[in-house]
Design a protein around this ligand. Sequence first.
Ligand code: MN
Length: 478
Amino acid sequence: MGEEVQKIADGLHAQLATKSKIFSAASTAYGAAPNTQACAIDLGMPGVLPVLNEKAVEMAARFGLAIEAPVAKRSVFARKNYFYPDLPKGYQISQFELPVVGVGHLDITLEDGSIKRVGVTRAHLEEDAGKSLHEDFDGMSGIDLNRAGTPLLEIVSEPDMRSAAEAVAYMKKIHALVRYLEICDGNMQEGSFRCDANVSVRPKGQDEFGTRAEIKNLNSFRFVEKAINFEVERQIDLLESGGKVVQETRLYDPDKGETRPMRSKEEANDYRYFPDPDLLPLEITEAFLKKVKAGLPELPDEKKQRFMDDYALNDYDAAVLTASRDLADYYEDVVKNIADDPKLAANWVMGELSAALNKENLDISESPVKADALGGLLSRIKDDTISGKIAKEVFEAMWQGEGDADAIIEKKGLKQITDTGAIEKIIDEIIEKNPQQLEQYRSGKDKLLGFFVGQVMKATQGKANPGQVNQLLKTKLK
Ligand code: MN
């Protein structure tokens, strides 16, 4: 059969950050006691009328503008009929034929640094269902309807992705974008941002896509990657052993690292979509759109370009530093505190700081070392108070809450030795102790300079100015 290539399309559900539900005034706050935040409208009681939340429309429009998609002047809410215990209405209000956001696109950066454009088919507004709870009930299930009626933006991509890595890059890009736009908090643990991945494989050279399987509700980027890779292997093995891929919905089991069938996939016509008779078509005026457009923040791609222009960063650094708005803001704050050295700031934010954050699984907003404090530390490298190496030691102490850079340098006596006389004295001692190395150096083994530098730094506990040491040694060793 030959080698297969795969295609992947993603469906993302982003919970819109409105205070109230999409069709009612009930609160959307997370974490309330079960069934305390669902009103008669969310439950679809007889006689109630849904009223559309304007904020949700505004957020959908922000997203549409950001991906250069047309925002529909007229879109229609439809009922998607199906039975589920946490959907007491028996239908979900969604959009079907006429979604609020049409065809758009965004660019992802691949591992090799190249840029790939991924198409967005549509984005539509819909309400969320409640939640079934299967734990803590002695074998029974509980239903929490607090989430019922929470606004969602479902974002559907074109089948443009060819690997798990591309799918993850796309999801991360959307994830960053909705947070930049402040339309979704992006919290994947709380389910505010959920991914479904459609995966299919086909023999190389074949034009039409193979039968796809959908993996539902992936709530971390790591799981997305693992689930897709597992699914690709599963489908290839199946086809190569003469089997057939069936169209179905599957669930990923993170403990076992595999996907399992959940139910056979419904076709759109199984849902018996029809326009919701309780809701008028949604009409968006030019004036409304203009207002939304005026309120758009600087978007990730614009910010990245500005970082390259203003701070002379390369493509990669600019992409990393603008991956989230918080990180970009932090970086710019550091730069402000050390004028004229954006590259030094980039190295530290992407290096020491990111490593420390990752190690403790902290978000940039939770960093114990704030941007101005890091800027203060880097200023001490720039004015030669400490070396870059000592700065790492100071950073570690700052991270542990021991104070700001100046206080720590003072307390620990880390100030760089820049007194030429003092350094010369140490050099003389080291030369005297190592006559063999001196002879070898003088007979042409230039590499031994490194040995002498190392000895001096060791003797000064890293506090000698490395540039000065190099220069003085070269003269003395001659
Ligand atoms: Mn949906």
